[in-house]
Design a protein around this ligand. Structure first.
Ligand SMILES: Cc1cc2nc3c(=O)[nH]c(=O)nc-3n(C[C@H](O)[C@H](O)[C@H](O)COP(=O)(O)O)c2cc1C
Length: 295
């Protein structure tokens, strides 16, 4: 008992220290959470799921505020009349049916012909992709068109090396099994064969002529819409591609193609005519009733 009463002040002191330490820890955690919450509130366009990097590269999200352009300094914008063509109901139905038929023929083709494709067509198709809407009209896309055989081959080596690791280690059994029926693997012959490789980079922020940075809101969504338009434009001229998102290849391909650090690879599209003996998996698409809800 005497020993216990002798120890009590020591125990009390220890208890106070532990309680004090726990209190400090919980205050730190709540400060971090509220800092994160207020950071998120400052940049509501950053979708956590997309991980589009703009959280670390936007005004208020890191770096000096002086590096960022002040939108108040931008010139006022004129608003002009807009009157696109208007069609009769019958014509609308016909056009929507025709466009559906055209797009329903689109398939991801992994066997391409080396036959040359007119360069002007590629330029026009990319011009069309650049008509996409973008967050605050930031147009955060760069389309790198590769036709040089040596560069295409270096791209192939990078992609195949990473894809082999992806298939063997990173993707996991379930993903690999899901892909088995599509008969895809890490061998990407089309990267040598296709007359053009189009690598689409999202600009996570812009750089103005005065060197200041400009926030690119929703850059990943904007560039993805632009890629959708690019796919439609390719389909419209009878060219084929396979949408590919080579996992873990972005940094190496960015360096190979001399793209700046604000650009991140989003997609890689080999483009050309289909090979004469090209095949595609016999996939079926969902019915319109299964993808649409009217309220
Ligand atoms: C975001 C995205 C990523 C894709 N990545 C790959 C890929 O890395 N390699 C590949 O062979 N196909 C890839 N595909 C193609 C899909 O496998 C293909 O679109 C799907 O099987 C449906 O076939 P379809 O395009 O012929 O309709 C990708 C498609 C999308 C939309």
């Amino acid at each position: 008992m005497a020993l216990l009463s002798g120890l009590t002040p020591v125990l009390l002191a220890l208890l106070c220290l532990v309680v004090g330490f726990l209190l400090l820890r919980s205050q730190e955690t709540s400060k971090t959470t509220s800092r994160k919450d207020s950071k998120d509130k400052e940049r509501p366009w950053v979708d956590q799921d997309l991980q589009d990097d703009s959280e670390t590269t936007t005004a208020g999200g890191g770096g000096e505020d002086d590096d960022w352009a002040d939108p108040a300094e931008e010139e006022d914008l004129a608003h002009v009349p807009y009157a696109p063509p208007r069609y009769s109901e019958e014509s609308m139905l016909q056009r929507s049916t025709d466009f559906y038929r055209l797009m329903n023929q689109r398939r991801s083709v992994r066997f391409l012909s080396p036959e040359p494709v007119p360069r002007d067509v590629i330029d026009r198709v990319i011009h069309t992709a650049g008509t996409a809407p973008s967050g605050a009209h930031t147009e955060p896309w760069t389309f790198v068109v590769v036709s040089d055989p040596e560069t295409k081959h270096r791209i192939r080596l990078i992609v195949e090396e990473e894809e082999e690791v992806n298939y063997r280690q990173r993707m996991g059994d379930k993903w690999v099994q899901d892909l088995a029926r599509l008969r895809t693997n890490w061998i990407k012959e089309y990267l040598d064969v296709a007359p053009y490789l189009i690598l689409i980079f999202k600009q996570t922020y812009g750089i103005l002529p005065n060197g200041k940075k400009k926030t690119h809101y929703y850059n990943e969504i904007s560039v993805s819409i632009s890629c959708g338009i690019l796919l439609a434009a390719l389909q419209n001229v009878g060219l084929v591609t396979v949408t590919s998102t080579p996992l873990n290849c972005g940094p190496q391909l960015r360096l190979l193609l001399n793209r700046p650090a604000n650009e991140k690879l989003l997609m890689l599209l080999p483009v050309g005519y289909p090979a004469a003996d090209a095949t595609v998996p016999d996939l079926k698409r969902k019915k319109v009733e299964d993808i649409m809800v009217h309220v």
